[in-house]
Design a protein around this ligand. Structure first.
Ligand SMILES: NC(=O)c1ccc[n+]([C@@H]2O[C@H](COP(=O)([O-])OP(=O)(O)OC[C@H]3O[C@@H](n4cnc5c(N)ncnc54)[C@H](OP(=O)(O)O)[C@@H]3O)[C@@H](O)[C@H]2O)c1
Length: 254
């Protein structure tokens, strides 16, 4: 049973990695969390785990690139405290000369258009809450480029610009916009998805890096930023592991 006035947080891409960790941490911080992702079984399992721990969670299968489904989902919310736009990721690491345009399109669709869909559909409820927070998971890839990264870098620059522009446009309304830009985070699926299931290639991303960031590290920064007093807007948090000085300068013990 939801206590009256319990703030609600919607998290996209809550079926794995940073999204799942954020769902656990926001629930522990007192939000009723609504977990969304395409894999229904995963989010239902996580919602059950969170509820068993004495917190409040529900699961809703949703593809953020499907505008009709997003609009239908949004009708459930009169008011919303937090939207975490986390669904996203990279596909491939090919140079510009040979990158697959279909990969570029797909990355743009989920990282940018997905974030646009969710933000547009839920902005009225975020505003109605009187203190709404939009979080956009960009990446350090949204701030500087690297060889083989262009398709993802373009998409994450799009997510960054969406956040920056929205902040300008809605100033004066009771909604703040927070961009979280992580560097290297070792999650179970990010690199495997990028290399289409090639676990050897995926493992090379983290080779020799003793302590890459974890999903929990990033969830901690998201939860911290969301739980600041409402008038405090953490515009941007760039979070990297100590072993990573830039996208291309990583210390590896090999
Ligand atoms: N790991 C890193 O090094 C790193 C660094 C910087 C930024 N990031 C960003 O942080 C976010 C989370 O990354 P992660 O490492 O946790 O990756 P992950 O484990 O691969 O998680 C990606 C999540 O996005 C969901 N998703 C993908 N396409 C979707 C769609 N069309 N509709 C709804 N959900 C969709 C996936 O769920 P379903 O497949 O179940 O739909 C999954 O839950 C991403 O935006 C990523 O770009 C990651």
């Amino acid at each position: 049973m939801t206590a009256p006035g319990t703030p609600i947080a919607v998290i996209t891409g809550a079926s794995s990695g940073i999204g799942a960790a954020t769902a656990r941490q926001l629930a522990a911080a007192g939000y009723r969390v609504v977990l969304t992702a395409r894999r229904k079984d995963r989010i239902e399992e996580l919602a059950a785990e969170i509820n068993e721990a004495g917190h409040q969670a529900t699961a809703y299968a949703l593809d953020v690139t499907d505008r009709t489904a997003v609009d239908e989902f949004a009708t459930a919310f009169q008011t919303l405290a937090v939207l975490v736009n986390n669904a996203g990721g990279a596909l491939g690491a090919d140079p510009v000369a040979t990158g697959d345009p279909a990969d570029w399109r797909q990355m743009y669709e989920v990282n940018v258009i997905g974030t646009l869909h969710m933000t547009q559909a839920l902005l009225p409820a975020l505003t109605a809450s009187g203190d709404g927070t939009v979080v956009v998971l960009s990446s350090t890839a949204g701030h500087s480029t690297y060889e083989g990264g262009a398709g993802y870098v373009v998409a994450k620059n799009g997510a960054r610009v969406l956040a920056e522009t929205l902040r300008l446009e809605i100033v004066g309304t009771p909604v703040r916009v927070i961009e979280i830009a992580p560097g290297m985070v070792k999650t179970d699926e990010f690199a495997t998805t990028r290399f289409r299931g090639d676990t050897e290639k995926a493992a090379k991303v983290y080779a020799g890096v003793t302590e890459p960031l974890t999903a929990d590290d990033v969830a901690d920064t998201i939860t911290w930023a969301c739980t600041r007093p409402p008038h405090v807007n953490i515009d941007l948090l760039v979070v990297r592991p100590r072993a990573q000085a830039s996208n291309t300068k990583v210390h590896r013990d090999l």
